[in-house]
Write a protein that binds this ligand. Structure first.
Ligand SMILES: *Cc1c(COP(=O)(O)O)cnc(C)c1O
Ligand SMILES: [Zn+2]
Length: 381
């Protein structure tokens, strides 16, 4: 059974319902189970997923490293862990959700899938669509940089540039999908959320965090991570929930704005502008759902500037991880939390959502030394 995150109305699982008539996203119930022994997170937590997962549809997503951040831990007086999602098959956490979404599309008998995205989710859906032999439609904004389209061509997806309101495209794609038999695995599809839960399971296998920092755009990832921890708690596998911290870019922070102003609903964010393009959704489809979770669970919403983001990106580089700007926002937010006093030695997990190789042009090129072969030893003094 699918249930509305806002009004609680129930919907059958036999049809491809994705959103409630009231406009808000749907969600599966909380699963209660026990972990098993297994090589992959999908096996160890198989009791927490809505159907049996088929390894033949997998490109090897999940089971990413949780890295101890040595320098940043020392600097900030906390125990900081980095959940490195950059090592997923298409270099972002989106693959976990796409893997579940593909199962859902096949279960319902769809032969075609799609998504609305400008970046990481497009690449992810294109790759999994190719691997599972489904016809794949990727709808992008007409202003997209050509560079981003290349990967999609490699995977053989049908890419369509759409002129018009990009926020509206999300809703239109669901309508068109219903008519044309295309299952759109969009940003906060109920089954995408189910895939994202696996991040929480993996974290909990290694540490019991006090804080979890989540870069937040549509709100799908945040909802998935919260649902994962709620299920662990319901199953008596953890004693207490961490404080969930949604992090947004100052230049596009519709959720934090509503949260700080005590509003019940988000409003479209005017003139969004940030270097963190992967989290630049001005009217997030799960914004209201995230807002509710933040209030219910005493979460925090923190905004960070582009400058703070780029600094954080460099700090992560010094820990040996290269992330894209959107993924550095958690560390930028942690610096702010630190100023407001976070308990000493608090255990903090920052989710590093995607790889920096996708946004190379944002990295400031430093000066590079040049030297002749003869003088090389001298140069290296
Ligand atoms: C998609 C994405 C996010 C945000 O996830 P939402 O589910 O849209 O909130 C954060 N970082 C990166 C790199 C992403 O690709
Ligand atoms: Zn509803």
């Amino acid at each position: 059974m699918l249930k509305c995150t806002a009004c609680g109305r129930a919907y059958s699982l036999r049809k491809p319902y994705q959103r409630c008539e009231c406009g808000e996203p749907l969600e599966l119930e909380l699963f209660k189970s026990v972990p098993r022994i297994g090589k992959r997170v999908w096996e160890r937590f198989s009791g927490f997923f809505p159907f049996e997962l088929n390894p033949e549809l997998s490109l090897g997503e999940g089971d990413t490293a949780l890295i101890k951040a040595k320098r940043l831990s020392k600097e900030l007086g906390v125990k900081l862990y980095l959940k490195n999602e950059t090592t997923n098959p298409t270099w972002s956490f989106k693959d976990r959700g796409t893997y579940l979404g593909i199962h859902r599309a096949l279960q319902l008998g769809f032969k075609k899938i799609g998504t609305v995205s400008t970046g990481n989710m497009a690449a992810s859906v294109a790759a999994y669509g190719a691997y599972s032999g489904l016809e794949t439609y990727i709808l992008v904004s007409s202003t997209i940089a050509e560079e981003k389209l290349k990967a999609l061509e490699v995977y053989g997806a049908k890419v369509i540039k759409v002129r018009g309101d990009y926020g509206e495209l999300y809703y239109r794609s669901l309508e068109i999908g219903r008519r044309k038999g295309i299952y759109f695995i969009n940003s906060d599809d109920p089954f995408r959320i189910e895939g994202y839960k696996s991040i929480s399971f993996e974290i909990a296998e290694e540490v019991t965090p006090d804080y979890v920092l989540v870069p937040t755009s549509s709100g799908g990832l945040f909802r998935g991570i919260v649902k994962g921890f709620l299920e662990l708690k319901e199953s008596d596998l953890i004693e207490k929930l961490p404080t969930f911290v949604a992090v947004q870019a100052e230049g596009c922070s519709p959720i934090c704005k509503a949260f700080i102003e005590g509003e019940k609903k988000i409003e479209p964010f005017e003139n969004p502008h940030t270097i963190a393009h992967a989290i630049e959704n001005p009217y997030p489809p799960s914004g209201n759902a995230v807002l509710r979770l933040l209030k219910e669970l005493n979460g925090l919403c923190i905004t960070v500037s582009d400058e703070e983001i780029l600094d954080a990106q460099m700090s992560l580089g010094s820990e040996g991880v290269f992330v894209q700007p959107a993924s550095a926002t958690g560390i930028a937010a942690l610096r702010k939390l630190f100023e407001r006093k976070i308990e000493e030695n608090a255990k903090v997990v920052s989710v590093l959502t995607g790889s920096g190789l996708k946004t190379l042009s944002h990295v400031k090129a430093g000066e590079i030394m040049e030297c002749s072969l003869e003088k090389l030893e001298e140069c290296m003094r």
